[in-house]
Design a protein around this ligand. Sequence first.
Ligand SMILES: [Zn+2]
Length: 321
Amino acid sequence: MRDGVWAIASPIPGGPPPYTLTYVLEGSDGIRIVDPGWSGEANLRALRSSLADIGFALHDVRAVVATHHHPDHLGIAPRLRELSGARIIMSADERTVLAHQVRPERRDPRLYRLQLEAWGVPDDRQGDMIRSFTDGPPLILDVEPDAVVGDGDELDWPGHSLRVVMTPGHTDGHLCLVDADRAVVYTGDHVLPGINSGIGLGTLGRSNPLADYLASLERLAPYDDWLILPGHEQPFEGLRARRAVLTAHHLRRTAEVMRLLPELGEATVWEYASRLPWTAGWSGLRGFGLHSALLQTERHLVLVREGHAEDLLGRVADAQG
Ligand SMILES: [Zn+2]
């Protein structure tokens, strides 16, 4: 990618997306890893053989940073810690999110059914969604980091100096890492070149993830001309254009919900979602895809009902001149 920076495609069983981009940062005393990827043997093999290609082994890993707590980013970190003694680093906010998510009652299917009822999911669709909640691989990992960081903190490692930029939105504690020497930004799932990452997929419940996300996109403006190293797909340049596309995508969705408001009023999230356009088609959405669609719709609806949508649309229109 750059001098002393390598990318590995870490397989995600049962993707899409098919892989996480794991970054290996070479230093005089070993290596550090950003987003090591999914847990399990397939990824361990991929990491071992890729590291061997560049002259390192798993026991050379000194530290692992996760941009956020999702299993396709943080998953194998505890295993690497066992094998090498590597320190696990995440943001302090993300540690709080994780501690909140791992509470046993959060994994209770009865609570999930209450959520589905509140969204207005019809009875004949609830079974499928509950099964995807109970049968899938665990989406929440119980991992205690060895160190936490916050906005503006510096990670000073041999050969790499990285500054933390907090970018809440995808999760409440998502971080990006800025390497000014190489003019690169590690963006995790905050900005991907083609995928619209979901919003609010790990919150403390009091936040406004959509407004946070849009503000976090603006926080990356100073790096518009730098190389972007995202968590999936491929590295890219042209952050300014990508930020504009992502902002427009979310505001278009907010505007669509606003247009439905006079007609649907106090209708359920399900009714709103069923009237919106979806890439996979509304009837094609199942399981986690359907869950995410309902969650995204709820985010927009909250913004509109709280009366913040016009504000937001106006503010972004101003910012874009
Ligand atoms: Zn991801």
